[in-house]
Design a binder for this molecule. Structure first.
Ligand code: ZN
Ligand code: ZN
Ligand code: FE
Length: 760
């Protein structure tokens, strides 16, 4: 009786509201010849299907494959249902008063249908820079509260005209219940303003802005999650001026190219990278530079990569239509402050930077920087997870209680959990100033509100000075759990892989407070969610001058040289020492020796800095990790040799750094090229860590390794270490959803706190 009429109820959970899901269901049901109804519920969408069983099956099979681009189905629960004799399929009113547990879509790129309309001179939205539909446009950044309806978004100030309202009400229309729906008659408008924030009367503000960019001017452009500062990327003087005014000396600046062909003109793009560039999230993708490009040298000096993205708003497309090889599109802020989002705020804060402002009157409620990704070791690796990805949750293996995790100090994010979902916030930044601290607090409040989460636990770092830790400590009436930095790194890696411990965790980064009050960063832990044992670490050395040793890698080099050679036998032939100011050197050595303002560190990030300084690459850095990054980039791809290595100890193993430093010094003194020394250093680390993991497997029986920490942004290390460990029979877990750097730390803190509370 396959074709007897039967009925079924489907409960679909996930990102299924505000993304055109009900019209899609309506159309699919009609195509399959099914009757019934669909409605939004508190957790997603509920639908009843009536018809022949084989057609119901056909519907269920097609559902996940044909779903709208923004929809994200978490699960589909099938429930038997008595037939009720439906004669058609319809969209009915929401069931229940609340839609609070539903998921909110991230902001995504303008879709091809909308773009085609925008380019059609006969369309009523011809060249309208706020065109959108249920398949595209802003979401997360314009929501103030839930449920996600127009009055709860920054579109509430715009009343739809009759034509827009008709589209909004029509289930057959692509704009059915598209909350940001708008047109030139009823919606937001762009305005060009001068440096003083005064509106310029001009026929087409976008064309005028493009003209000014061509003249080499700096234009602040209001986008989706904040302002960008734009300049013509081929104009050396303009790029240099932007850097000067923004106080950003060396960090690479992001580029936006009109299309894939233009990207191909300036960078070599693999198929996998191309897929990332065109993905709906439209992240900045790190791409290998071509040898000859028209792009100004100052865009990414001493760097083999460009960070490139494609246009993602209609406004970007219209700007780039003016025919630029690329525009620099960098977050509009002074170095280390949050990106500007409000018009008045932008006029005030960017007055000294921008020559012109291209603004609009649709408010941004929550800032969201561009995401940055890299394709390496076979997968997409997020470096900064922000616009386009947030607030899609990381799905956990098990349910957890509601936790607020406050994250680290640098590259801060926060994380809120609910059931099996962990919501990692957008990139907040370095919590080193008031503005970023305010942004941190605002993001916590905003996320709690739109996710409707009342945390039972708050998790934070061990470090008492982090503003995120201080925030956690100031919360009343909530259990606080402090999580060691490197444990959190490994737990984050376990969580996003839905894996359980115990695992051999390689936590390699720049800085994190250890449980013994020294600074860790070259740690091998045996860990699960609840706890960890430090089984091995790099030999600790003093950091002369503390934070100054991070900014000045030569200080770390001197400290490592002291540890490797002894003060009396320093290798005087080494260019680094020959070129150093003898007095300064003397002071530094005494500082380290007497341990004055020189905390001990076992950081691998600092060891990278050390080698970079010894080979003469860089004695000072403009941003953390710069020396390490440059050391990776110069590494000779063909060099196979490595240095000797060893470790000592019984209980906790100490990885000796002295033989490595001695070998590097010998090579440098013998004139071996820095590129070869760098390759040998990388090769040594890979062989050492592989051997150490095999040793630990012998002792513990654990054959799974988790890799986390900012050092794993190093593509050469990641790629070759994963390969080596797999050859040695390890199951290797790496980051693909959250950054390996401290941007992923809040996720780890959250799952550790949840596990401790549950298993206490
Ligand atoms: Zn669209
Ligand atoms: Zn309208
Ligand atoms: Fe870290």
């Amino acid at each position: 009786m396959a074709n007897a009429i039967s009925a079924i109820r489907l409960e679909i959970n996930g990102i299924v509201q505000g993304v055109g899901f009900r019209p899609f269901v309506y159309q699919l049901a009609n195509r399959c010849g099914l009757n019934g109804e669909v409605a939004n519920t508190a957790t997603g969408v509920s639908l009843i299907l009536e018809g022949p069983q084989d057609r119901i099956r056909q519907f269920i099979d097609a559902l996940p494959h044909r779903k709208p681009p923004l929809a994200h189905i978490v699960d589909i629960i099938e429930k038997p249902q008595a037939t009720a004799g439906f004669t058609s399929f319809s969209i009915v009113k929401s069931r229940g008063s609340s839609t609070r547990a539903t998921l909110i879509s991230p902001d995504v790129m303008v879709c091809s249908d909308c773009l085609a309309e925008m380019r059609d001179p006969t369309d009523r939205r011809y060249r309208y820079p706020f065109i959108n539909c249920t398949n595209c446009g802003p979401r997360y950044t314009i929501i103030d509260d839930i449920p996600y309806d127009r009055p709860k978004t920054s579109m509430r100030h715009f009343t739809m005209c009759t034509q827009c309202q008709a589209e909004y009400d029509d289930p057959d229309n692509r704009r059915f219940h598209a909350q940001p729906n708008a047109c030139p008659v009823c919606g937001p408008q762009v305005t060009l303003c001068d440096a003083g924030g005064r509106a310029v009367t001009i026929e087409d503000p976008i064309v005028a802005a493009a003209d000014r960019l061509k003249q080499g001017r700096i234009v602040a452009v209001k986008g989706l999650g904040g302002f960008h500062l734009a300049v013509d990327a081929t104009n050396e003087a303009a790029v240099a001026r932007l850097r000067r005014r923004k106080h950003r000396e060396e960090k690479p600046l992001a580029l936006m190219c009109a299309d894939m062909q233009r990207v191909g003109d300036i960078a070599r793009v693999t198929d996998a990278e191309a897929a990332l560039l065109v993905s709906i999230q439209r992240p900045i993708v790190l791409l290998a530079k071509r040898a000859q490009t028209p792009i100004a040298e100052a865009v990414s000096p001493r760097n083999r990569y460009f960070g490139v993205m494609l246009p993602y708003t209609p406004l970007h497309h219209l700007l780039l239509d003016a025919g630029f090889a690329a525009l620099v599109m960098t977050s509009a802020n002074l170095s280390e402050e949050p990106i500007a989002i409000d018009n008045q705020e932008a006029f005030a804060r960017l007055a000294e930077i921008a020559d012109d402002f291209l603004v609009h009157d649709r408010d941004i409620y929550l800032r969201s920087d561009d995401s940055i990704v890299r394709h390496t070791a076979g997968h997409m690796r997020p470096i900064r997870r922000s616009r386009g990805f947030v607030p899609v949750p990381i799905f956990l293996k098990d349910e957890v209680p509601p936790v607020l995790a406050c994250g680290a100090e640098l590259k801060n994010t926060v994380c809120l959990t609910r059931g099996r979902q962990a919501f990692v916030s957008q990139h907040i930044g370095d919590l080193e100033n008031r503005a970023t601290d305010e942004f941190f607090r605002m993001t916590v409040d905003h996320l709690r509100r739109i996710l409707d989460i009342e945390p039972q636990l708050v998790a934070c770092d061990l470090h008492p000075d982090y503003l995120s830790t201080q925030y956690a400590k100031a919360l009343d009436g909530i259990t606080r759990i402090e999580v060691q930095h490197h444990h959190a790194h490994i737990a984050a890696c376990l969580a996003e892989n839905q894996a359980d411990g115990p695992v051999i965790g390689l936590a390699f980064d720049g800085t994190g407070l250890g449980s013994d009050n020294t600074i860790w960063g070259g740690e091998i832990l045996v860990a699960d969610y609840t706890g960890f044992t430090r089984v091995a670490h790099l030999n600790p050395v003093p950091m002369p001058g503390s934070a100054a040793a991070i900014r000045e890698p030569w200080r770390m080099a001197v400290s490592h040289l002291q540890a490797a050679f002894g003060d009396a036998h320093m290798p005087a032939d080494l260019p680094l020492l020959r070129q150093a100011d003898p007095k300064q050197l003397q002071v530094l050595m005494q500082m380290a020796q007497k341990r004055l303002n020189s905390p001990l560190t076992s950081s691998l990030g600092r060891l990278f800095d050390t080698v970079a300084a010894i080979v003469g690459l860089r004695q000072r850095v403009a941003f953390e990790g710069q020396a390490a990054m440059e050391l990776e980039m110069i590494a000779d791809a063909d060099e196979r040799n490595s240095y000797d290595f060893s470790w000592e100890g019984d209980d906790i193993l100490t990885i000796a750094t002295a033989p490595l430093i001695q070998a590097v010094v010998a090579d440098v003194i013998h004139g071996v090229a820095p590129s070869v020394v760098s390759a040998r250093f990388h090769n040594t680390l890979i062989r050492l860590v592989d051997a150490l993991c095999i040793h630990l497997k012998g002792q513990t029986g654990i054959d799974r390794v988790a890799l986390s920490g900012g050092v794993f942004q190093n593509s050469r290390l990641l790629t070759h270490l994963v390969a080596a460990l797999e050859v040695s029979g390890f199951d290797v877990l790496t980051h693909r959803q959250v950054p390996a750097n401290d941007g992923g730390l809040s996720l780890g803190q959250a799952v550790v706190a949840a596990a401790r509370a549950t298993h206490a």
